[in-house]
Design a protein around this ligand. Structure first.
Ligand SMILES: *Cc1c(COP(=O)(O)O)cnc(C)c1O
Length: 321
């Protein structure tokens, strides 16, 4: 796929519009990436400029003022903050424990597989039995480990900034729809509102998807090894890893200990975000406040030698003993 940055394409010899005419509607590079992702998830994919942009477009297109979203408690902090921001337009949300059934009287169910940073898995069967449409933010699971549309979800959301892009160099989001008619409606909403992904990040996503499976399988394997070793380290109290994906969260004594650990690593980069080739780790208290334990550290395991990642982490943890 060559990268096509055009914003317009000529009409045909009869003056009629072809498949591509104006970039806000569709562009070939973005469509190629959407086709590739749609195939991986088993649905119709649409790209957005970021994961948050995908979330915004999806809820605004699906809901109306007065509607309520049932949001998985302990899921990605930014999603709750975004829904809080939309409260002013009459969009409400209530939190619930996604390991059980969603509450009655809501118009959309929002799950996360697994939740970031608490790493719980949703009860997809219980959610599918709910009358409201079900969204699964599957950023951390990726289609390598889970295809939510096969478990009754109506929409899958991705921050493609994370595993799908995979190299910490692309900001992008996606919605994958089970129903092609829903995808068409969302596409129309996207064209009208202009929350449209550009060709350059889409091209980087296409490159990232080529190695998605080998990257994610390796990251899952390495994360399982590191989670196991963390469980027997004396400075660590709780370790969370759902057995899939490269994301781990674990607790050290308190906020000060977490700060010492995150600033003492050499190989693991002390930075936010996750899902890239390089391991990243940060204390989540700085973003999420009291919602997370003060000593909670979130580690995204990259593609380095897992023994080297562990050696780095162990020496950083040892500084707190
Ligand atoms: C990062 C993230 C988002 C937001 O995506 P952006 O690309 O940063 O806008 C949404 N959900 C999850 C689970 C994330 O990790």
């Amino acid at each position: 796929m060559t990268l096509d940055r055009s914003t317009m394409w000529p009409y045909d010899e009869h003056g009629e519009k072809g498949e591509y005419s104006y970039a806000r509607d569709r562009t070939p590079t973005v469509v190629a990436a959407e086709d590739a992702l749609g195939e991986l998830e088993g649905g119709s994919a649409l790209l957005f400029p970021s994961g948050a942009g995908a979330t915004t477009a999806l809820v605004l297109s699906q809901l109306r003022p007065g509607d309520t979203i049932a949001l998985a408690a302990g899921c990605y902090y930014g999603t709750g903050v975004l829904f809080e921001t939309l409260e002013r337009w009459g969009l409400h949300h209530v939190e619930f424990d996604q390991t059980g059934p969603p509450p009655d009287g809501v118009q959309l169910v929002w799950l996360e597989a697994p939740s970031n940073p608490f790493l719980t898995m949703p009860d997809l069967e219980a959610a599918a039995a709910h009358p409201a449409p079900v969204v699964v933010d599957s950023t951390a699971a990726t289609p390598v480990h889970l295809r939510p549309l096969e478990h009754g979800a109506d929409f899958v959301v991705h921050s493609a900034t994370k595993y799908l892009g995979g190299h910490h160099d692309v900001l992008l989001g996606a919605v994958v729809c089970r129903d092609p008619a829903a995808a068409e409606a969302l596409h129309l909403f996207r064209t009208r509102t202009g929350i449209v992904a550009a060709p350059d990040p889409a091209w980087l996503l296409l490159r990232g998807l080529k190695t998605l499976e080998v990257r994610v399988r390796r990251q899952t394997e390495s994360a399982a090894v590191i989670a196991e070793r963390l469980r027997s380290h004396p400075a660590v109290s709780v370790v969370r890893h759902p057995g899939i994906g490269g994301m781990i969260s674990f607790d050290v004594a308190d906020e000060a200990a977490a700060r010492r650990v995150e600033t003492a690593t050499r190989l693991i980069v002390n930075a936010t975000s996750l899902g890239g080739t390089t391991s990243t780790m940060e204390s989540r208290r700085r973003w999420e406040g009291d919602r997370v334990p003060g000593g909670l550290l979130r580690l995204s395991v990259g593609l380095e030698d897992p023994d080297a990642v562990w050696a780095d982490l162990a020496q950083a943890l040892d500084t707190t003993l």
